[in-house]
Design a protein around this ligand. Structure first.
Ligand code: SF4
Length: 465
């Protein structure tokens, strides 16, 4: 029996793509293996958002050289963000990594299928990549991006937006639900741009409506939204559709209009704040997560302070912060000087992390004593783990009652009373069962932080500039 292996680097979109590619290979009689040494075909699904991700792909290809030496017939293919769109770029990549037999577009696994030796038209019994899917699954619904943020490599590598038809997405999700999936996350670089390129022009709200009707599915999430694409119809869909979770991933990237302009983000801070306000007023019990870049070329202390104050004002539930690093080929790398010193970037990054930890802890503490609905995803370090509808991780133990001994909570929706709050997670007990207060301390329970003196870090960095 022929076997394949997929090594995935990067974000959830790549994870979702690897499952789709694996499913295509399984249609030809191949089965999945976790062992590189057993594989007849190895696919490396790459990411190029950061240099580290590209280095990781290079490392994996280096490792594959010895496997290829032992098995001359081993077929090695690469896909994902590192695969350039133009032929000259592809030729350069073949030259750099002679171990690669095929570069193919993520959207076109057929290119790989056609090269498979001994393929048959029948799926075979055996390991499937879909067995790796648990209670939650990621589903890519729109690829590429039509924006041109000056720091971002995605449009160069992934091209223009391409949406998948609603019916195709619904069928894929129905297949996951048959395997026990209860929550899906619809993915796109600009997920709220979904559908504009399809003949009937459905939008994200229409897609959410269609997915909401799938029997056996309990929760729906979507990310990442672009502030300029979000419509009131979509916001209302989140408020009205019972399965859609109250969670928006809405990157602002910076708190200063001039930097936003240099980033080619086509909105102002005021526009963003108004949008977030509308979302908060329309969707009850909402969480908003955002992305922030610190140390963008030319970022002054005052401009960083604008971001810092934005965070204090907006009180996001989650913030993903990164220090700017230039990606070759992007406008900011080619035309702007990376002139914020690394130690200043680190300080600013730390300041954002600290203020956010304080805000997250405030949100968590407000949940102590409340009952939260958790979808249980897995056992982690001896405790059951799941998330609230608005994405806060929660841990709980099996209740110490005879009827719960060895009880399997996996894939269940359970009401948990929150007892302890950390910045990034909560601990509680199943409603109607004994509390856990007397139990031993756990790693996840406490994340106390000293309140960050908002201005403390600022003069430090000011002294430097
Ligand atoms: S919208 Fe997102 S994916 Fe598109 S260019 Fe900007 S940062 Fe990159």
């Amino acid at each position: 029996m022929k076997q394949y292996h997929i090594h995935t680097i990067g974000c959830q979109m790549n994870v979702a793509d690897s499952i789709r590619i694996g499913s295509a290979l399984e249609q030809t009689g191949y089965t999945f293996t976790d062992e590189l040494g057993e594989a007849d075909v190895v696919v490396v699904n790459t990411c190029s958002v950061r240099q580290r991700a590209e280095d990781s792909a290079a490392g994996k290809l280096g490792q594959l050289v010895s496997f290829k030496r032992q098995n001359r017939n081993l077929l090695i293919a690469m896909t994902g963000c590192m695969v350039p769109r133009e032929e000259a770029g592809k030729a350069a990549l073949y030259k750099r990594f002679p171990v690669i037999d095929l570069l193919f577009d993520t959207l076109d696994p057929q290119r790989l299928v056609e090269l498979l030796p001994d393929r048959i038209e029948q799926p075979q019994a055996g390991a499937s990549i879909k067995n790796k899917i648990g209670v939650t699954a990621f589903v890519s619904v729109i690829y590429g991006c039509n924006y041109t943020c000056s720091y971002c490599i995605v449009p160069l590598r992934r091209g223009q937006e391409q949406s998948r038809p609603v019916e195709e997405i619904v069928e894929e999700i129905k297949g996951y639900v048959r395997r026990g999936v209860r929550e899906v996350t619809l993915l796109g670089q600009t997920v709220d741009a979904y559908g504009h390129d399809l003949p009937t022009r459905p939008d994200l709200a229409d897609l959410l409506q269609a997915v909401n009707e799938i029997e056996g599915l309990w929760r729906i999430r979507f990310l990442t939204s672009h502030p300029k694409m979000m419509s009131y119809k979509m916001i209302k869909a989140v408020a009205d559709l019972p399965k859609v979770c109250e969670y928006f991933s809405l990157p602002i990237q910076h708190g200063d209009d001039q930097i936003l302009k240099a980033m080619k983000r086509p909105y102002t801070v005021a526009f963003y704040e108004k949008l977030a306000d509308t979302i908060r007023k329309t969707v009850p019990n909402l969480s908003i997560s955002t992305d922030i870049i610190v140390g963008f070329p030319g970022e002054t202390e005052q401009q960083f302070l604008d971001t810092y104050q934005l965070l204090e004002r907006m009180k996001f539930n989650e913030v993903h912060v990164a220090a700017y690093s230039p990606r070759p080929g992007t406008v900011s790398a080619e035309q702007m000087e990376d002139n914020v010193p690394i130690e200043v970037k680190r300080e600013r990054l730390q300041a954002v992390e600290q203020i956010q930890e304080k805000i997250a802890l405030e949100y968590s503490r407000a949940l102590v004593g409340t009952t939260q609905e958790i979808l249980v995803e897995r056992m982690e370090k001896g405790r059951w783990h799941g998330r609230t509808r608005n994405n806060k991780p929660v841990f709980f133990d099996n209740p110490s009652l005879p009827e719960y001994e060895g009880f399997d909570w996996h894939g269940k929706l359970v009401d948990v009373v929150i007892e302890k709050a950390g910045a990034w997670s909560l601990v509680g007990h199943v409603a109607g069962t004994p509390t856990i207060i007397e139990q031993t301390q756990v790693e996840t329970e406490v994340c106390e932080v000293e309140p960050v003196a908002g201005k403390r870090l600022i003069p430090l960095t000011m002294a430097r500039n």
